[in-house]
Design a binder for this molecule. Structure first.
Ligand code: HEM
Length: 506
């Protein structure tokens, strides 16, 4: 009897300790939805379009809340204030990235997007990105880009039904020219998108084993782990895209040729960064990859918005006609004098943010936010979708209406709290904020003006020209499914101007 009592007492004690231990850290965590034993919120965590559920939880639990996926704590930030305090102000402590073992197997062990911010390679890459992408430097790349933007107009004019293909081509073409100083043909564009599609599938935690949560899974032999051969094939595709571009630029560099591309600038740097050739190659790859899909997806959503909202399209065209007319193409300087067009571009970014959830950051140590503690190793998700669809801030947030940006800088209701809002909020936060934001903003401005000046956009009979969320592909990015629409030149004069221009081959 006494033994049974003793065992019971010990069991109760152990249960108490486990309970205390399990909840002690939880005490200061932000609130969140109830969790199931062991799996936490894994069952409710949505596989597709997670930003919708994350935003519903934000409406219920507030602009900072916590989730648990098995043994991982996730903190979700859904306001300008929480992003500013947690990611911007505490950037040194919240600039890490999750493990991403499968992606690293494809992309290589050194990779600035997945390295934490104290890794010298990350620091060196940011330094060179910033030096290469200053406002002044961007001015000097503009002629190269403008040639390609005009080619987009020509491509659309000659085969309007291929508009999606043309935007992909433009994006690959400007990034390859910028980073490697070379041209990209259709085969290379295709190779890039095939490689990225495979990589996105591999990165999907719902189709592959949770290797990052249970690292022992790394050691499962390839014959039982289908993700391993798949990663190796994807790695080969990704290499095929970059390798010969790198090799030929290196060869030209050694032969003394200079075209002003990013790779040359990094090769030119004094050796104090101690970068190896492999590290330089990876930095180039990261910059090219960062700019391709994001810019193409934005342009596709821009075209969809123009076709789906003709009344706003007409107003933007009227403004453009008054300023630019029939005698010349728009210039970047025009953008400041086109408030309606500017408002249109901002509404596209608000309504369908390219990255509705910013790639996860990780806390490298405990971080205090008011009474809460974000524990070391927690994943931090910036819920861009939730911020831009907050009914407290935006009038009818689920309605496309560029005119909201004519009344206030950030498109918000009168008196709304815009603490933490900034122009580049859709580009992430803290130490990891997108280094290509200014370049992307120029691409958006120039192409929006060109497209609105050159064409009329309308839905066609295909049924694919639709801006509803179910017309978007699954994945981290909001990229529309392939679509067609009717695109016709605004008038014969502008069509002829487009045909007359000498366009880039790449
Ligand atoms: C519309 C276009 C673009 C959007 C919406 C966008 C958005 C973003 C976002 C949200 C992040 C994550 C930031 C964070 O973790 O807080 C990011 C990272 C990044 N972007 Fe962009 N981006 C765009 C264009 C570009 C361009 C043109 C480039 C290159 C010139 C670029 C290069 C990168 C790189 C290298 C990173 C990784 C930064 C790091 O982890 O340290 N992006 N971008």
């Amino acid at each position: 009897m006494s033994i049974i009592l003793l065992v019971s007492a010990i069991t109760i004690l152990i249960l108490f300790v486990v309970w205390r231990w399990g909840n002690a850290r939880e005490l200061n965590l932000p609130p969140g939805p109830p969790r199931s034993f062991i799996i936490g919120n894994a069952r409710e965590f949505p596989r597709f379009s997670p930003f919708i559920q994350l935003t519903e939880w934000a409406n219920e639990y507030g602009d900072i809340y916590s989730l648990k996926l098995l043994n991982k704590t996730i903190i979700v930030l859904s306001s300008g204030t929480t992003v500013k305090e947690v990611l911007d102000r505490n950037g040194m402590k919240t600039g890490g990235r999750p493990e991403a073992h499968i992606v690293r197997r494809v992309e290589g062990k050194i990779h600035p997007v997945f390295d934490s911010i104290d890794v010298p390679m990350w620091k060196a890459s940011r330094k060179t990105f910033h030096a290469f992408l200053t406002s002044q430097a961007l001015e000097s790349y503009f002629p190269m880009q403008q040639e390609r933007y005009l080619r987009l107009l020509r491509d659309i004019l000659t085969s309007p039904k291929d508009v999606v293909k043309h935007t992909k081509r433009l994006s690959v073409s400007i990034m390859v020219a910028l980073v490697y100083g070379q041209n990209a043909d259709d085969a290379r564009v295709d190779l890039f998108y095939r490689g990225m599609k495979r990589l996105t599938q591999l990165a999907d935690p719902f189709t592959n084993p949770p290797v990052d949560l249970f690292p022992i899974l790394k050691y499962v032999p390839a014959r039982w782990a289908s993700w391993k051969p798949l990663s190796d094939e994807t790695k080969a595709m990704r290499k095929a895209f970059h390798c010969d571009l790198v090799a030929s630029r290196e060869e030209a560099y050694l032969a003394g040729e200079r075209v002003g591309c990013y790779m040359e600038k990094v090769l030119d740097r004094p050796l104090d960064d101690n970068l190896t050739r492999e590290e330089i190659r990876v930095m180039c790859r990261v910059l090219v990859d960062g700019g391709i899909e994001t810019q193409a997806s934005y342009l596709q959503t821009l075209v969809l918005s123009l076709a789906c909202y003709p009344e706003y399209q007409r107003k933007a065209q009227a403004e453009m006609d008054l300023l630019v007319g029939d005698e010349r193409f728009p210039t970047l300087e025009d953008f400041d004098d086109l408030p309606y067009v500017r408002a249109f571009t901002k509404e596209v970014q608000r309504f369908r943010p390219i990255l509705p959830i910013v790639p996860a950051h990780v806390a490298s140590q405990d971080v205090r936010y008011g009474d809460y503690v974000i524990p070391k190793d927690a994943l931090i998700l910036m819920n861009t979708w939730g911020i831009y669809h907050d009914p407290e801030l935006f009038e009818e947030p689920y309605t496309f209406n560029p005119e909201r940006y004519l009344h206030s800088e950030f498109g918000v209701k009168e008196g709304a709290n815009v603490n933490g809002f900034r122009e580049n909020l859709p580009f992430g936060a803290g130490r990891r904020v997108c280094p290509g934001a200014e370049m992307a903003s120029r691409t958006i401005a120039m192409n929006a003006m060109n497209l609105i000046w050159a064409f009329n956009f309308a839905k066609d009979g295909s049924g694919t020209c639709n801006i509803d969320l179910d017309n978007y592909l699954p994945g981290l990015e909001l990229a529309p499914k392939p679509f067609t629409c009717d695109i016709t030149p605004r008038n014969a004069k502008r069509a002829q101007m487009i045909l007359n221009v000498t366009v880039a081959h790449g």
